[in-house]
Ligand binder design. Structure first.
Ligand SMILES: Cc1cc2nc3c(=O)[nH]c(=O)nc-3n(C[C@H](O)[C@H](O)[C@H](O)COP(=O)(O)OP(=O)(O)OC[C@H]3O[C@@H](n4cnc5c(N)ncnc54)[C@H](O)[C@@H]3O)c2cc1C
Length: 446
């Protein structure tokens, strides 16, 4: 790892990768991941990715997103996401992403809860894997991007509301400072701080905790989405998602007596409440999902990975009900950013699930997050290019240049961090988790 780069990208999910792909080839980029590169929620996305399939769908797409978000969404962000969607999908297809097609070759649009029409593109039930493997492969080909896996960001280098870089524990366990003109936080969600979540446990909202420590503005940290249908298991493990598109295609939800008790296509928060109510009434730990109600196609072909998971757990969804329970799934709040994905701190950007650009309001509409992550990751890259252009025109040197050759202890004094404490990741994890929970409680109390 070098001492300085033009851009540091923390995270290699769809958000981190799309920013890297939109930066010019003359920028030196460092990309780091906490675990292996495949351990990110982007790989897990099942249902699909929304797109404005036709200009005539603009109003309905806008309204569906706003309605799901309880009209707390930032309208300009929703508008930006919808208008940029077609271009982003075309870019994905250009790098080889394969979306399902109809027999005549046209793109196949599916539907999920709270969508008034079919506008979701998918690749079987592993859309995230299809998109992320192509994005990561494209980034790996870029000679200007250095990827370091098992490299964990543990602090930000900040002075006078300006970000100069980050502190990491590298793959050898060494504490290292790295400087950059711009830092992008693309560290994903916060499921790792919950007992039951569909997210990877390593995604513990590290960026949020650092923003709290450095007085960087957060927004709606208490807006957390619970997914209504995850596979029920007695084991303590990441909860397996049974995608909303299963219900979108006709699966029904049944109580302990096998009776339907709700509209399966309600927005996620409302459906979760209905399921929890039913579980309480029935004194059960789960409700039943009846995938046998899907008759228009073979569920093993349309949802091969969901069916496979159920079979591995001893349930045959073609013959039996699938036990499902709500679990933490998505984080609508996060680091406050503007339309350029810029945070309240100079030279610090955030995109993807860790940020809050206001697209989702109080509740995310299904399949809007991959799209939102990509659109605003691209915006971040474009804004960095703009800022660099201004700086070059003004003939300014990177502001941190005087610090790059200083020792770790000198930098610890300048930037105010404690190297020994940062190396104790167990204690840091506990403190970070508590900081985020306190912030969630504080916002809930408002
Ligand atoms: C089971 C499941 C199904 C989903 N289905 C859909 C769907 O169908 N459609 C949809 O639109 N959305 C879906 N989502 C949501 C969507 O996948 C995520 O919101 C999106 O992929 C987030 O992308 P990201 O790039 O922000 O984060 P991620 O892809 O999670 O990447 C986070 C990155 O940050 C890195 N990182 C974290 N902390 C640190 C640190 N301290 N130091 C260094 N690196 C760090 C990680 O290593 C990782 O590389 C689903 C999510 C889940 C969990």
């Amino acid at each position: 790892m070098k001492k300085q780069y033009d851009v540091i990208i923390v995270g290699a999910g769809v958000a981190g990768c799309f920013t890297a792909l939109h930066l010019p080839p003359d920028r030196q980029i460092l990309m780091i991941t906490k675990e292996g590169i495949e351990e990110c929620d982007s790989y897990l996305a099942q249902g699909g990715i929304c797109v404005l399939k036709d200009p005539s769908d603009y109003d309905a797409f806008f309204e569906d997103t706003m309605k799901a978000g309880h009209y707390e969404n930032r309208k300009e962000s929703v508008d930006c996401m919808i208008r940029s969607s077609k271009g982003v999908i075309e870019e994905l297809m250009e790098i080889g992403v394969d979306f399902a097609r109809n027999p005549d070759g046209s793109l196949e649009f599916t539907r999920e809860g709270a969508h008034s029409t079919n506008r979701i593109l998918h690749h079987e039930d592993i859309t995230g894997q299809e998109i992320t493997t192509h994005l990561q492969a494209a980034v790996k080909k870029l000679p200007n991007v250095e990827i370091h896996e098992y490299t964990r960001m543990v602090d930000l280098l900040t002075q006078n509301n300006r970000c100069d870089g980050i502190v990491v524990i590298d793959s050898d366990g060494k504490l290292v400072t790295v400087f950059a003109s711009h830092v992008l936080l693309a560290t994903g969600g916060i499921g790792g701080i919950y007992e039951n979540s569909t997210n990877y446990p390593s995604l513990t909202g590290d960026s949020l905790a650092l923003c709290l420590k450095h007085n960087i503005r957060l927004e709606h940290v208490n807006y957390v989405q619970i997914h209504p249908t995850t596979f029920y298991s007695e084991k303590k493990e990441r909860r397996f998602l049974v995608s909303e598109s299963v219900r979108g295609e006709g699966a029904t939800l049944l109580d302990k007596n096998g009776n339907r008790f709700t509209n399966e296509l309600l927005p996620r928060d409302l459906l979760t409440a209905e399921i929890l109510k039913q579980m309480e009434k029935d004194h059960t730990k789960y409700v039943h999902l009846n995938m046998m109600a899907i008759t228009k196609f073979d569920i093993a072909k349309r949802f091969p990975h969901i069916v496979e998971h159920c079979l591995e757990c001893g349930i045959d969804p073609k013959k039996e009900y699938v036990p499902v329970v709500p679990a933490q799934h998505y984080f609508m709040g996060g680091i406050h950013v503007d339309l350029n994905s810029h945070t309240s701190m100079d030279h610090l950007y955030a995109s993807g699930e860790t940020c809050c650009n206001g697209v989702h309001g109080k509740n995310r509409l299904a399949s809007n997050s991959l799209l939102e992550s990509l659109v605003f990751a691209k915006n971040a890259a474009e804004h960095m290019i703009l800022i660099d252009g201004q700086r070059a025109w003004e003939g300014r040197q990177p502001r941190f240049i005087k610090n790059t050759d200083k020792s770790l202890s000198e930098l610890a004094d300048i930037y105010g961090f404690d190297p020994d404490w940062l190396l104790d990741t167990k204690e840091e994890d506990e403190e970070n988790k508590q900081l985020i929970w306190d912030e969630i409680d504080r916002e809930n109390a408002l």
